[in-house]
Every structure is written in C-alpha cells, then in structure tokens.
Design a protein around this ligand. Structure first.
Ligand code: FES
Length: 139
C-alpha cells in the first residue's frame, strides 16, 4: 500500500513553476500547471540529467533548461524524436495540500516501498534555485 507524504500546499508553487523535495531516492521536482494540476518527476532529465525543476512548464510538459528536450509530466517520457524517461512520482492534491508517494525501489535497493526519507509526516518543498545555490557552496 503506498505511503502518501505531505510536501506542501498548492500555493507553495507558482503557476507554471516547480519546487523540489529531497528524498532517499533522489530529488523530486513537483510541478504546477496553469490549470492548478500537480505532477511530480525525479529531477533529472533523461538526456543528461538536467534539473527539470528549472524548466519551463507548458500544458502538461516541461522543457528541460539545458538542451530543450520536452518531458511529459504524466509519464516522464521525452517527446519524440527524443527518447528516454525520467521516473514519475505519484502526486495527489487534496484540499489544496500536495501529497507524494514514491515508486517502489528495484529489488535489493534501499528501504521500503514508497518511503520518503526519514521524515515520516512532512517534507518541505523548496525553490529549485535555492537548492542549486546550496550545491554551489559545496554542501
Ligand atoms: S539535459 Fe535535458 S535536454 Fe539535455
């Protein structure tokens, strides 16, 4: 049974924008569309790992900021002629609050199904640019 963890509220994410959440499986980008739908993908472009959270959201796709591949927010698939897929993360919006459930890890890897790091009840959404500046400082 999937575990749903609250990561923030719809108002934490600007329309056509994204925020990130750090999990034990890697960083997840949470996107908000112009229609106030919420989708989540691991924050790595299937091309060369670009930060999708820094991309431009249009409809139900995000355009990677590095080389402009277009990634479907629902499936994580790159749009043809490009090929590749970043793993989607189940996202749910309940009365303005955003919940995520990670996909199960491949067998033999890491911890239990759907578990989001050591924080049991809540993980904070952060701005993508804040995350990048922290990396730049060697943290
Ligand atoms: S890393 Fe995303 S298009 Fe190249």
């Amino acid at each position: 049974m999937p575990e749903w963890i609250k990561v923030g509220t719809l108002s934490d994410i600007p329309r056509l924008g994204a925020r990130t959440v750090d999990t034990h499986q890697g960083q997840v980008a949470v996107f908000r569309t112009n229609e106030d739908e919420v989708f989540a993908l691991f924050n790595k472009c299937p091309h060369k790992g670009g930060p999708l959270s820094e991309g431009i959201v249009s409809g139900k796709v995000v355009v990677c900021p590095l080389h402009n591949w277009t990634i479907d927010l629902v499936s994580g698939e790159a749009t043809a002629p490009d090929e590749g897929c970043t793993r989607p993360v189940a996202a749910r919006l309940v009365e303005g609050e955003i919940y995520l459930s990670l996909p199960p890890l491949p067998e033999g890897e890491g911890r239990g199904e759907g578990e989001l790091s050591g924080h049991r009840n809540h993980l904070p959404l952060t701005r993508p640019s804040a995350t990048l500046s922290l990396k730049g400082e060697g943290i």
